[in-house]
Structure formats: structure tokens, C-alpha cells
Design a protein. Sequence first.
Lengths: 1015, 320
Amino acid sequence: MKNLKLTKPLALLLSGLMVTSSFAFTAAAADTDGTNDGNTASSSVVTQSISEVQELMNTISYADYTELYASAPKGRSSVTVNGTDYVAEETDTQVKQDTYGGKNALYTPEEGTVVYNVDIPSDGLYTIEAEYYPITGKASDIERSFRIDGKIPFKESKYLSMTKLWKNDLSKGAESDTGFEQDPNGNDVRPTAYEAPEWMTYDFKDSTGYYNEPFQYYLTAGTHTFSLEATREAVAIGSITFKPYEAPKTYAELQAEYESKGYKAVSSDATQKIQAEFPDAFSSQTIYPTYDRSSAISEPQDPSKIRLNSIGKTTTWQSVGDWVEYSFTAPESGLYKIVTRFQQSEQSDMFVSRKLLINGELPFAEAGNLEFAYNDRFQTAALNDGDTEFTFYFEAGQTYTLRFEIVLGHMAQLISEIEASLTNLNAIYLKIKQITGATPDNYRDYNFIELIPDELNLLIKESDNLYDFSRRLEEITGERGSNCGTLNNIARIANLMGRDEDEIARNLTVFKTNLGTLGTWMNTARTQPLQIDYISIQSADAAIPKATENAFQAIAFEFQQFIASFYTDYNSLGSEESGEQSIDVWVTTGRDQSQIVRQMINDMFTPEYGVPVNLKLVAAGTLLPATLAGEGPDVAYMGGSDPINYAIRSAIQKLDGFDTFDEVVSRFNKEALIPFTLDVQDNPETPDKDESEAAGVYAIPETQSFSMLFYRQDIFADLGIEVPTTWAELKAILPVLQSQYMDIAMPQSLAGFTLLYYQRNGDLYADGGMRINLDSNLALDTFKELCDMFTQYKFPLTFDFANRFRTGDMPIGIADYSTYTQLNAFATEIKGRWTMTTLPGYEMTDENGNTYINNTSTTTVSGLVMMRDDERSEAQTAAAWKYIDWITSAAAQARYGNEYSALLGNGTIHVTANMEAMRDMNWSSSELTTLLAQFSNLKATPEYPGSYIVTRYVDFAFLAAYNNNADPVESMLKQYIYINKEITRKREEFGLETLELGQTLEEKRAAENNVSADD
Amino acid sequence: MSQNTAAKTEDVKKPVARKDMTMMQWTLKEMKRNYIGYLMLAPFYIIFLTFTVLPVILSMVLGFTTFNMLEPPVFVGLDNYIRLFLDDDIFLLAVKNTFIFAAITGPVSYLLSFLVAWFINELPPKIRALVTLVFYAPSISGQVYTIWLTLFSGDSYGWVNGWLMELGFITEPVQWFKNAAYVMPLCIVVALWTSLGTAFLSFIAGLQTVDKSLYEAAAVDGIKNRWQELWYITLPVMKPQLMFGAVMAITGSFGFGGIVTALCGFPSVDYAAHTIMHHLEDYGGQRFEVGYSSAIATILFLMMVGANALVKKLLSKVGQ
């Protein structure tokens, strides 16, 4: 760090340059999204053994598999295995036979493997079809891994995903003119979706959508065993059929057939219009009726009220495999075309794809690649594949189901190839980085040609591939958009680096940034968002309806909205008329979340308890002034140190006196209550006052987050190291990681300190919060250990964990567990190659002399408080407590959690504090096991008057050690005094007992006793 | 003049002369006569009094109390001020930092604004508009100073760190905004960078209002060079703009805080860039001590008023 003296004037000089050349900022600003310093925390729960990871890494992809068996013949005839004919000896899970939907089937739970035997009649390729009945459970799809003869034939076979069947509960909307339930303001309320299981069939196919056709497995004649290993959700298996693949008819063949039969277009009044917001069934809870006010002629539309008039707005219907189903009865026999009014404004310069199944069958091959072009406004078009508009033959009086399933269509092949390319390029990047480190020296001769000749050749090959992809992308989309630019750019750099080894070091950073961009683009390209307003099944000859309103309609609509804005209260979330018992609840989350709560209140709370709730969405800073003005709510959401701050100033009510209190708090990890507990004792100096009266619990936890350890299994397997369970083991693998220029994500300052300190059974405060316990030997030792991690072991202080984890720069790190869902949803290119596990800990010895590993995680909590209002009636107070009781209950939390993920997308998770509710949320059984292992092992930091001061001074001490190489112990001893000073000052403000600086309570009592003894 | 005389005169109903009335009566009478004017001023005055003057007065009153926002305030006399000056090291540090900020960024940004405006004024109109936008952009684009976070990121992939490491000056990333040694200089630089704001625009406007014929007249009267022209003609003519710019620069440099928080976090490491503004936020926001933070606000207010008076004095010397 000696160089710092030099860098300071240099930095100043540079900043000076910036001032005079303001032009530079535009260029720099354009790049800001690249380097983002959020210490995003993440954690995952899958327990996969190293051998499993290696198995997966050594398995070929389906693309290679088909190449391998390109010349294999088709199977000759099909074989069906009954679900109940399983091999009991090899099945390792609690299966049972039962009747589902009138059929006998085998129930398989959400974990374990079920094994079958099959006699294959002849060598050849077979597709596999399963008949299944989804078991009502969590909101996720059913996931299975398929093995033949104990082996996974190709990677994609590990991730089979079967959808469930959901329906909307429209019973409450029966009387409303829109068909949906309406709130007191006349706004449509989103219907509740429920699982309505039926027998369904599933063709084994790629869950990522990279291959449009079902998988074809090569099987030799004779007996084979095959197995289905559960990763998510229970399912009942009816039968499994192996059959030769039959390609569907082409549209041309079908046309010829129609012509020969003399089918004609139906008359123009045979039009059937289906409003897309009323699907008969759909595959996921995340697909729900949405409202759209962007167009005046969306059906139905209202200038001021919420009208659910479409399905799939923004990104609610975008994941491959999800489908929506409608049905209609054809009034006349003849040729129809199917016109949709849709909006596809998310995927610019691209189209999104859907597959149409009529009565569960693909009517012709091209129906698997329906395209919906990009436009920022609504469009109407007959179903087409980008070239041809299709006509369909429907029989009069017959009922047809139309299922629109998300596929990647024409993009599938390309995207899967780009992903393969990206994986290769990432591997090359890691190889180069292992030689050069994060900041390569441009002027050094690394001798890449000797060290990694194959990689350089591969770079050139991939570069050619990328140019080819770019050209094909342009061909498919018909546009030369920014996407082609990304591909060309990275191709150019790869080529440059492959041809001239001197360019490698120089371009490595740019190369990395571009790989990131490509990865992001891949993720975007894989999503297929589409919003549909209605589907019109009309005569093949009839004109297509208008897509957008004309200028007059638009102006009239805008004007109506403007007028409506004068008498509509957009902030009230459908508040109900206030009654004797009604309570006010304020939420500070987003609008979407508060609407979930609103709906839950309407569905669950008010009907059951008869208490109307006025739910208001307010800005975060509103509560304090409102409380001051006496206008506060009855119940509010609060986090951090707020509950104690309010409690000690008598602004919120103590909750432990309520009758059901014990039952309510039994739902949580006991640590969750620590930050909400006001811990004050009587002050011996003021015997007339009863300070301890205020002591108690002031909030009920709602969310609770904690950390998990994330690591890249592939990299660990590659380096031959195990995931550490103790800090000692972590330090042991450090040299291996650091020799590859890999880093570790570790929380710093107070967060890092408390993590280590709590694992060594330390306490942050002493003597009931009268002093900070940072001067104890244990604390100083722990603090030194933390500082050493960053100074001696060079852990990085600033980093973007999610990004570095993806690239492999940071193959291990401690992060908040919600990162797991984030990475799961967005880091698809490393799917199956990483996981989360419990934290590393210290080896400790308990009082019986047994050693154990203490891997406690720190935790933070937010919860609900009841505001103090002496004028509130008994009934209202009881009602407010009921609300708190209800919203933190397992049933309410689970529903909220599931709807939260459904509404905000797969990357989000509601970090509930209710342990029971976590079980019912979208976690697989193995994820849940890992999570609960850590969930039951937490420690929270208590809140005392003046606790806000701790973070900053610990931070100062930490930074002094980090920046200036100060001795950690000395810098901590210097700072902790300030903390004690502030704590004392703050306690005096509240008339609480205080200690002299450097004194312990014990010493104080002893001194007092001496004085009284002297008397 | 006494109340008695006034009453008497009214009784007699003689025509009233100014000298027969008290000040108050005269004012009331004039107000009645010009009530239309007062009526027109009323909307502004009501809002100004309620939302500007009243809070200032309230804040001054609260400065003599302890008040935690949730319970009623308690009068404590001068305790807050005594503690502020005698028992609060960090406040003194904040005063020091604020003065360093104000002393550097205030005058420098003021001069910089004026010089840049003066130069730009010489450019042809079209180019002038463009260059004005370039210089003005940093201060209108809101949060754009966060690009400094990217530039001086503590990540080894940060721009400056990456660059310095490449050149071999450092071997591991420097925590620019987390290191007491760099925090203050960097914040001053960022402050200057964003400071070409409203003052700068008003200078450009001021420079354009100068009557060209004045320069010709001055040339005839014997002005020798551009400096004299600037000192004797341009500056005196644009005194209102100079005053406006000065007020903006003072409030800007004394009230500087938001950018520091955005760049260095709150509080900045070792209070290295802790200004009075931060101290105020610290007590008002984090510690729920609104009485104390009101006292701080009062001090800051007085400092600004003082600086304002000083600048007024200085500006009156312009052109002499």
C-alpha cells in the first residue's frame, strides 16, 4: 500500500481532468451498468454430491446425443409400462397405489427415486410419454430426473418438468358485469388461482425449450430399467409409453387434404370471440388476468376503474413450457383463421413464439412455431409462422380446446448453440484468467501459445460460430438489431485474441464484459413475454379486426381519464367502509405486494373475523410525522431498529400481554423476537419510577433473512477441493483458490464481525445494553481474525457477488439466502453446477467435552407493530392484534409468499419469518432441508438505546485496519469508547441506569456496596 | 404622538394628516388604500409564511427544547447550544469540514462559473448553446454524480483501480470512498464538477444583458483593455446576477451533504467528510433528537446569513 502516496495526487489529477472535460462523463456513464458494487447476497439449498456434479459434467448434451445416434433406426412399435408396475426393491421412496381421477396410479412423493423395467421390442429411437396426475401441493412445476439403466443418457434428461393444471376461481365474480369480483371502488379484483388436477400427458422434452421436438432416446432391444428421481413436487404416474417418433403433418399436406375434401371458408357471422383473460386452464400460478390501460379499445376498458382485460401483461407469461388453454364451440363447419389481438413490446427487434395445440394435438408441424412480432402497440394478426397465415378446419357443434404453449420456436436451435458457445468462451476466459489474474499485464509475455494452444484454436472457432449466429439471427428476425451487434462484437474480440496472443491480456476485461452482456441477452432471449387481449376465431375470408384505436378514440379516452383523475382516489387499495371495529393498516412495500395483502384480507381475514381493514400504501417516511400528528394507523410494518426506537418513546404498544401471544411467537425462530424486545431494567437511582414496566416484545416478525454459503460445485470438483464446513477448512483451501486468482465473498465490518463472534458464542452487548462488549478478549480476537481475512488473506472488500459467481471469479461466498432464487432464475448458464449450503463455522467444545461445529448465521428481521393510541376502543385493539396474528400465520404467509413470487417473477422470494410457511413455499425438498438446517441455527443482534452508533464505529475500526494497516485491536479499543459514550448519553436521555466509562455493572454494584458498607 | 391625539382627531372628524397619525395607523390606512396590491400578494405571502418563515421560527424555538418526534418537547434553555459547542467534538469537526468545503467549493465554483460563462459568452450563439449544455449537464442530470462511484469503485474491476493496477502504481484495489485520506478531496472535486449550476446559467444570462453601447461609450472614455471593461462595465451591470450566483454558491457549499452521503455512505469514514448538514441529519434522523438538530440548523442558518452579508459587502466593491 506504499504506492498510495503516489496515487492520491494522481487521482486528483484525474478528477481535475474530469472537471474540465465534462464530455468524458457521457462515455463513462454508458458503462456504469457494467460494474455494480452491490454486495448482493445469495444462498442455495441443494445438496448434490461432488460425484453427482461430475456425472452431470461428464454427460453429453442432447445435441451431441442426437449426433451420436443420427443413423440409428426408429423404434418399431410402442410399449406401455403401467405406473403401478414399479420395481419395489430398487425404489427408495414411499410410493403408494391409489385411485386418482378414476384411474389407478402410483403416487410418487417429492423426493426419492421410483424404478421400472421395460421390454424394448427392437433397437431404435423412442420418444417417451407419461400419463400423469399432478398432486395438489406447492406452486411449482413437477420436476423429475430420468435415468436409463442407472445413467443419465444426456444432460437435459436430468431436468424434466411437467406442468400442473390451474384454474381461476371466478365464483365471486358471478354477479359482477365484468365476470370478476369487484372491490368497493368498482375495480376488478384478480381471481384466486387454484390447482384443478386432471389426467395429463407429458412428452419427455427439453425444459429449457432448446429442442422443439420431444427427446428421442436410443434403446437396444431387451429389458431395461429406467428411473424417475423426484426433485420437486409429488405426482401420480398412470403409465409410461415408449413409442417411435412420428413427425406431424406439414401445413402444405394438410392444405392439400382440405382442398381435396372441398372445405370452404365459413360465413362471416360465424365469428367466435374469446376474451383472453378468461382461460379455461393454465399451467402456472404466475399467469393471471392483467389490466392494460394503454389502449382505449382493449376489451373491456374503463378510464378510471381497473378492468382485467388481458392475460400475460409485461412478463407474467413468458417462461418456456407454460401454457394457457381456451375452448370454444364451432358454429359452422369450414375453414377458420384464428386472430389474436396482442401486444409484444418487450422483446425488441425479435418475435416471441407459441405452440398451438388443438385438443392436445399439434394440428400441423408449423403450428409449433407461431410467431408474434415486436411492436410497441397492440397488433392483430392471424396465427402465422412469420411467412404463412394459417387456416384451420373446425366441425360445426364440436368443442375445441386451444392451448398456447410457450416455445422458443425458430429461435430454439440458435439460442441453444449460442449458449454452448457461451459456455466454451466462459471456460476459456477462466483458463486465461488463471494465468493472468484479474488485471493482466499488457506488456508481459505470458506465452499463451505454449500454455493453452487448444483454447486459442477454440477461440477462433467460436468466433466464426458467433459471426454465423449473428447472420442467422438477422435472417430469422429479419432485422439487424443491437443483438447482432453484441454477437459481432464478441466474435471480433475472440478472433483478435485467438489470432494474436499479445492481444489476449489487452482485451481480457472487454472480453469479460461482453461475455456478461451476451449472458444477459441469452436470458432475455429465452423469455417469451406476450400479452393477449382476445382471440377471435373467424372466417378465413373475413377482415382482421382493427388493432389500435383511432386518434379520436384515443383523445376521448385520455380526456375521460383526465376527468376521472379528479374524483378517483388511486391510493386507497379498495378500502372498505369503516365500522366500529375497522382498523387501519399501513404498508410501505410496493403497490403489487400491497394488492396481494388487500386481496388476502378480502378473501381470508374479513370474512373470518368480521373486521374491515383499511389498507393504505404509504411512503416509508410517512409514519413518523403521522404518528406525531396523531393520524397514525393501528398497525404498521417496521424493520431494523425502528420498533425499539418507537417503543422506548412510547409510540407503539407492548404485545406480550395479548392472550394468544405465546401461540403466535411459537411460529418463529426465537431469535426473531430479539430485535423486537425492549430490554430495560429499573434504575436504582430513581426508585420512584418503574422503568422496567416498558420491557417486553413490541413487534411480531414477518420477514427474516439470513446468510448461506454458495459455491460452484463444478469449480470445486475441478480443483479437487471440498466445500469447507469450518473456517479452518476455508483457510486451507484458500491457497488453491487464490493460485487460480479466485476470490471469496465474505461479509465485512459489523456484519462479518457478528457472524464470527456469534459463532464463538460472543455477545455484542453486556450488562443489559449498558455497555458494548467489544473490549473483551474474545471480541478483540474475533475482530482481529476478521480484519486478517481482508488484510492478510486479501479478501476483496467491494465486489458484485452474483456476477463474479457466474463467471467463476468468486466460486464461493456468503450471501443472503434470497440470492438463491435470483441465481436460479437468472444465472441459467451455470444451472446444476452450483449450490448453497450451511455456513462454515468454528469447532467448539460443549460442556460435556464433545466437539461440534457452531455455524450460526446472523439474521435480520422486520415485522408488524401496533401503534399506541389511548383512544382506541378495546374492540379495535383486539382486531388489530387479530390482524397481526393472522398475517403472520403459516397459512397467510405461505399464500403471500407464493403470490409474491407469482406476481414479481421467479427471481424473487418472500423471506418469511414463519418457519411453517417456508415449508409450503416454492422450495424443493432438498433445498428446504438445507435452508431449515440454517434457519434453526440463527442469532440476532438485540437493539438497545444508542445501538445505531455501533455500526459506524465498528466500520471505522475495520476500515482503519484495512486502509491504514492499523492494528485491529488498537483501532477497536480506540473506537469502542465512543460507542459506550453514546450508549450512556442515550440511556441518560431515557432515565435508565448508566455505567462510568470502563466500568462493568459488577464493579459498579461492588463499589456501591462498599459505599453503603462504609456508611 | 400618542393614542389620545389620534382618538381626538377622529372624534372631530377633521381631515387627517400624516403627522397626526401613529405609524400603525398610517400603515393601516395605506394598506386599506392599496388593498388590491395586498390581495394580490396574499397567495404568495400565505404560502411563504406558512412553509418557509414559520418552520424557520419553529426550528429556532425547538432548538431550546429536547424533542424526540414522538413525545412532546421539553424546554431546556440553552443546553443544546452549550452541548453543541462544549461537548460535541464531532460538531466541531463538522464545522471545520463545512468551512473547508465552503471555502474551497464556494469561491472556486463561483469563479469557475463566472470564468466559464465569460468564455462561453464569446462563442457564436449556436456553439454557445451547445457548450452551455455540456457544462450545465452534470448539475441538471440529478444522480449522475454516481458515475464517480463507478470510476472510483473499490472493486478491483473499478475504472481507476483497474487503470492504476494496470500501470503498476498499486497492487490491490484502493477503497476510494472508504478511505479517510481520499474522501474529502474526492468530494470536493465532485462538488466542483456539479457546481456549474444555476449560478452559471444566470451569469450567462447576465453577460448577455449588458448593453453593447456601454462598451463603445467606455472605449471612448478611455477603457484600455478587456480586464478594465470587465471590471468597470460588465461586472457592475450584472451585479444582480452576481448576487444571485453568490447566494446560490453559499447555500450550495454550506448545505453540501447529499452527494457525500451518496458517494461515501453515512457517516463517511472517520467523519472525514462529515458536514454540519450530516450532523443535523444524524441527530434529526437517526437519533430522534430533533431539538438538538434544530439547534444545529439554527447555527447553520446563522452561518449562511453571515456569509451572505460578507458577500454583499464584497460585491459592493465591484467596479470601484
